[in-house]
Design a protein around this ligand. Structure first.
Ligand code: GZL
Length: 309
């Protein structure tokens, strides 16, 4: 039965009668995706009437652990965070559990085997994103006669998106023997590093046919390096990217990126729903996967005017 949450009959004051404080530790501000994700969380917390304590870790795990410990000290109602890397969280998550503060993961996962350390993980299926990228490439080159040389700009070393986007991509392209990854290096999800690593790739390899970038920001940096080398991105070098943020979609509409796998950053509303459910003691799904699609250059051109981020 759907008990009215009057609170009177259970004797306890309903949690909604006091302001819910949400401690959120964000990875950083490394990419367009991250900025859109931060805005979604801040706007949604405000709309929900929650007191949001927000910290930016500048992509350093030790800063996130410090922030989580600070939230525990402040006795926030709920903790949520996007873990910059997959490993090294068990100790601080146990501290939160011992303090009786529920934890929600958003965007990226942790590799802790103990699933009781957090209530749910809200985010994309990055392996599936890698598979989508690999499938489009395999289809494009299904009749290739010569070897197709691929270079890969990986995301932040040790992060779930970097590990999983590579795993999904390699799983699918493995079925086409002509597709060869000749170089793979981290560009840390930033434009600057993406440009720097692509410059090195261009110096080291005389024939590069495809770039697979784990996010748009690295692809946009790489495009600068490709153009500086006198080559045409999207023509001389086929480019596949992930995120579908505005600047990436613009590059795709301009024919500089050939295929973009969307990674939806607008996780704020789902996070606040999960916070409320946890506070109300309701059961929630242990895994909430975000809806997302893909765009060819043509599709990006059509979609661009209605993009929110
Ligand atoms: C993916 C997210 C990644 C984005 C990058 O959910 O963690 O981090 O793909 C961002 O743009 O830096």
């Amino acid at each position: 039965t759907n008990q009215a949450s009057s609170g009177g009959d259970s004797g306890s004051t309903p949690a909604t009668s006091k302001t819910i404080t949400l401690g959120f530790s964000q990875v950083g501000a490394e990419s367009g995706w991250r900025s859109a994700n931060t805005k979604s969380i801040q706007d949604s917390a405000k709309e929900a009437g929650y007191d949001l304590k927000f910290s930016d870790a500048q992509q350093k795990q030790e800063n996130q652990i410090k922030a989580l410990r600070s939230f525990i000290q402040q006795k926030v109602t709920v903790i949520a965070f996007s873990p910059v890397v997959e490993s090294g969280w068990d100790t601080v998550l146990k501290e939160a559990k011992d303090a009786g503060i529920p934890v929600i993961l958003t965007d990226r996962a942790v590799d802790s085997p103990d699933k009781s350390l957090y209530k749910t993980f809200i985010g994309s299926d990055f392996v599936e994103e890698g598979r989508k990228a690999g499938q489009w490439l395999s289809d494009k080159y299904k009749d290739a006669q010569e070897e197709i040389n691929i270079v890969e700009l990986q995301g932040t070393t040790g992060s779930a998106p970097a590990n999983d986007r590579q795993e999904g991509f390699m799983e699918v392209i493995g079925s086409n023997a002509k597709l060869k990854v000749i170089a793979s290096q981290s560009g840390d999800f930033t434009r600057a590093k993406g440009k720097e690593v692509m410059q090195a790739f261009l110096k080291a390899h005389k024939k590069i046919d495809v770039l697979y970038a784990h996010n748009d920001d690295m692809a946009l940096g790489a495009i600068q390096a490709i153009e500086a080398a006198g080559l045409k991105p999207g023509v001389d070098i086929t480019i596949i990217s992930v995120d579908a943020v505005k600047d990436g979609m613009q590059a795709a509409a301009d024919g500089k990126i050939n295929f973009i796998v969307e990674c939806n950053p607008l996780l704020g509303p789902q996070l606040m729903e999960a916070v409320q459910a946890v506070v109300d003691g309701k059961e929630i799904e242990p895994r909430i996967v975000t809806e997302e699609t893909t765009f060819t250059s043509e599709q990006a051109k059509e979609a661009l005017p209605s993009r929110q981020y």
